[in-house]
Design a protein around this ligand. Structure first.
Ligand SMILES: Cc1cc2nc3c(=O)[nH]c(=O)nc-3n(C[C@H](O)[C@H](O)[C@H](O)COP(=O)(O)O)c2cc1C
Length: 200
């Protein structure tokens, strides 16, 4: 299903097409797409080129690990995300010199996930990030070192059939996509002075 961004100005078609669905199809991904997704993440910019990210991949292969990572999901993510053929735990890594996860670890991981997302969109796939998971459980299932931090769980797959969703989720699936206007967050030289004021 298309849910094209209703943009105020022209943007790249991939950015316009990307959205975060809940109706995933359980059909497995072509194995050839996996390297492309993570290659795209790999070439994200990062502070000092530290590349403070890692990904733990859980395909829907019937394994105990996949069952346990699904069990780490919380809230209504438990309803829709298990259908996705791929769940990926995105992990922030410590700064190599400081030894701890810092603000740029989070910032850089976010950029890597964005690149993965755009690549997935180019391959006709959909990506839905989730903060709604039990980080301690996910840490344990994935065997993460203490110095790393699990940040988001990412569902990746083909679009499915939204009529399988519960009524509440179906409503959110069909709801229009909204954003703040540029006038609210792009300023000219001084905070609060909009570069793109809303037309009077
Ligand atoms: C850090 C982060 C955490 C999110 N957590 C959840 C989540 O737990 N459950 C969920 O359904 N969506 C989650 N989302 C998806 C957002 O709700 C979604 O990106 C936002 O509503 C904008 O919609 P769009 O991606 O379709 O444009 C998360 C997105 C991000 C970036």
């Amino acid at each position: 299903m298309e849910k094209l961004a209703n943009t105020q100005h022209e943007i790249h078609p991939l950015l316009k097409a990307r959205w975060s669905p809940r109706a995933f199809d359980s059909r497995p991904l072509d194995p050839s797409v996996l390297p492309s997704l993570f290659e795209a993440a790999r070439w994200a910019p990062s502070g000092g080129n530290n590349q403070p990210w890692a990904f733990v991949v859980f395909p829907a292969d019937g394994s105990e690990a996949r069952r346990q990572i699904e069990d780490a999901l919380t809230g209504n993510n438990r309803e829709w995300a298990p259908r996705a053929p791929l769940l990926v735990l995105a992990v922030a890594m410590p700064h190599p010199r400081l030894g701890t996860v810092g603000p740029y670890s989070y910032y850089d991981l976010g950029q890597a996930v964005t690149q993965l997302t755009v690549q997935a969109t180019a391959l006709g796939l959909f990506v839905h990030q989730m903060a709604g998971f039990d980080a301690d459980k996910a840490r344990q299932v994935a065997g993460l070192p203490d110095t790393c931090e699990p940040m988001v769980m990412i569902a990746i797959g083909h679009y499915g059939d939204y009529t399988h969703l519960s009524e509440a989720l179906r409503e959110r699936e069909l709801a229009p996509r909204v954003r703040k206007p540029l006038a609210e967050f792009v300023f000219h030289a001084r905070w609060g002075q909009s570069l793109f004021p809303a037309p009077a």
